[in-house]
Design a protein around this ligand. Structure first.
Ligand SMILES: Cc1cc2nc3c(=O)[nH]c(=O)nc-3n(C[C@H](O)[C@H](O)[C@H](O)COP(=O)(O)O)c2cc1C
Length: 163
């Protein structure tokens, strides 16, 4: 069987443009936790389900497991620094005035939209865990901004095509 190494796999998958999100949850001390993710997806409309794939080494999965829920925060094109901050270890929420979704998951200010969900299933898949969540709340945020998109290892935004 032909094997595909991590470098080429990462490079090829990096050619699939992805909307950038920050996945958030409260830990056991009700502290906000979060990390940047593009491996998120809408799964089902009825019932409404989403998924996120989280690396086993990441810290946020234990918060997701503890609270049993998470929120997806959809970043806008102004938010590249926020994306980098949430992809790096440290005091990610310092100086950020976050608020809460109905069931308590942290929401970042100025986002395009968000969903909050309850974990229905967590599936171990290779070196990641797939958290499938049933959406319990969702809302549109800023409508005057474009999305933050990750493609080819860099940040972009979108341009509408002529009809
Ligand atoms: C643009 C971008 C997309 C990312 N997408 C994911 C992803 O989908 N899943 C994942 O586990 N990590 C992803 N990461 C890496 C995590 O954000 C990073 O490992 C983070 O430090 C994990 O935080 P935690 O250990 O505090 O949970 C991405 C990073 C960047 C910059």
């Amino acid at each position: 069987m032909m094997s595909v190494g991590p470098r080429i796999f990462r490079e090829v998958m990096g050619r699939l443009a992805g909307g950038v999100t920050v996945v958030t949850a409260l830990d056991g001390d009700r502290r906000a936790r979060g990390f940047t993710a593009t491996a998120v997806c809408s799964v089902s409309l009825d019932p409404p389900l989403v998924l996120v794939c989280v690396g086993r080494e990441a810290h946020t999965p234990s918060a997701i497991r503890h609270s049993g829920r998470y929120a997806l925060n959809f970043l806008c094109s102004d938010d590249a620094a926020t994306s980098d901050r949430f992809a790096t270890e440290g005091s990610k929420f310092d100086g950020i005035e976050w608020h809460t979704a109905p069931a308590g998951s942290p929401l970042l200010p100025g986002i395009l939209a968000w969903v909050e969900c309850e974990v229905e299933q967590d599936v171990e898949a290779g070196d990641h865990t797939v958290f499938i969540g049933r959406v319990t709340a969702a809302a549109i945020g800023r409508t005057d901004r474009d999305p933050l998109v990750h493609f080819g290892g860099r940040y972009h935004t979108v341009a509408a095509m002529d009809p």
